[in-house]
Design a protein around this ligand. Sequence first.
Ligand code: GRF
Length: 204
Amino acid sequence: MADSKARLGVLVSGSGTNLQAIIERCEDGYIDAYIAVVISNKKEAYALERAKKHNIAAVYIDRKSYQSSIEFNRKIKEVLLEYQVDYVIMAGYMQLLGLEVLKAFPNKVLNIHPALLPSFPGEHGIEDTFNYGVKIGGVTVHFADEEYDNGPIILQESIEIKDDMTMEQFEQEIHDIEHKIYPKAIKMLVDNRLKIEGRKVKII
Ligand code: GRF
């Protein structure tokens, strides 16, 4: 019954390829949930179009319409509550999520980062990994907290950065991993298989 399924709210800022992977894995039943709403802080985010194509509510919230970050985040919380969201999934959401939202969804907010945290946090995880010269890169899915790219880690997957690899090839491989492990982590979350113990997340 559709109504018994968990409801996801997805926060985006960009092209939404991760959103697309999540939509598809909800639609094919791998994740026992559906996306109730997609919220973007960027009007032009192609992720909003992807949502509409799948008849998912797509909401743009303009930071500039709010006097403070607190008010802006309060609005995000209101929309998530309005759509009766159970879990919040940040999928390329390029803004720090406010405490208003985190407190409303304790241990129910996930983020994905295209590097092996705690290395290379921030906006340019892929480029920073590649340019540093490390031999291994990867992807991290973690619970979100009030700091960027910081909460307890759920899943990581690594790839070797070979000498002859171009930045473009590396980027593509990172995205391929993201589209595979984010649905996997979301499935674990929705299936209640994640137990947080301090900084550690046990998969039960
Ligand atoms: C992804 O690499 C994500 O890890 C990072 O931003 C990118 C978003 O891509 N935070 P998309 O919008 O899902 O295509």
